[in-house]
Design a protein around this ligand. Structure first.
Ligand code: ADP
Length: 220
């Protein structure tokens, strides 16, 4: 049995961003109403989402008929048509939907979305650009930055951490980072403990302040 709570989410704009998001929500057990004014896109997703509808989401009447005011969560995935993005977000705000997420294509766009009532603004292209910057140099295998300059990084182990238990290497005291997980080639990730001995080809998951985590990855 699925013990996770099932959520109902309306996803507006089923382009690349909205469709990926909607499908992932369904995969995670949510009930999703997907709306787009492009019939071709709606038809493509009809079998994958719980409900789909063709509508212009700047139209209050259309959204009301679809029951959108009853949703607790909404995502506006319209980006390139800034006017439609802003109007749609303000309609959702007028409905007093408690959790409105909206995609922005620029910081200015994001600020306007907040003004008209978005509770959370995401900048996927901007954020992904920053993330990929950490990967192209090859020193990090993956990188996630959270708020407040905190980051989680996938990296190889620096020479001084190899061949000794983590507890003895003092990476936490010396570099201010915590090795959270470790992956031996051919096995899954396991939690790191002070007794874990790191091999040269192990992959580490390291958490800490962004600058400190970057310094640690630079040692590799
Ligand atoms: P992506 O880059 O994720 O593909 P786009 O901004 O190009 O995002 O596409 C967003 C989607 O929003 C498109 O499928 C488009 O048809 C839809 N859309 C744009 N304006 C409206 C509107 N007024 N009502 C409903 N859907 C809209």
């Amino acid at each position: 049995a699925n013990r996770r709570q099932s959520h109902r989410v309306v996803v507006i704009g089923l382009g690349r961003f909205g469709s990926s998001l909607a499908i992932e929500l369904v995969r995670g057990g949510s009930e999703v109403l997907g709306i787009d004014n492009n019939p071709r896109l709606v038809q493509k997703l009809a079998d994958e989402l719980t409900h789909t509808a063709i509508a212009d989401t700047t139209d209050v009447e259309a959204l009301t008929q679809l029951g959108v005011p009853e949703f607790q969560r909404a995502v506006v995935g319209i980006g390139n048509d800034i006017e439609a993005s802003i109007l749609t977000t303000s309609v959702l705000s007028d409905f007093a939907i408690p959790s409105i997420w909206a995609k922005a294509i620029s910081r200015q766009h994001g600020r306007i979305l907040e003004r008209v009532g978005a509770h959370h603004v995401v900048l996927p292209e901007h954020d992904m650009g920053e993330r990929v910057a950490h990967l192209v140099t090859g020193r990090m295998l993956d990188y996630i930055e959270f708020e407040d300059d905190y980051a989680l990084v996938k990296t190889l182990a620096p020479a001084e951490a190899i061949g000794r238990p983590l507890g003895e290497t003092k990476v936490r005291a010396k570099y201010g980072v915590t090795v959270v997980g470790i992956k031996r080639p051919g096995t899954g990730f396991t939690y790191a403990t002070p007794e874990t001995v790191v091999n040269a080809d192990d992959i580490l998951i390291v958490a800490g302040e962004r600058d400190r985590v970057e310094n640690f990855a630079d040692l590799v």
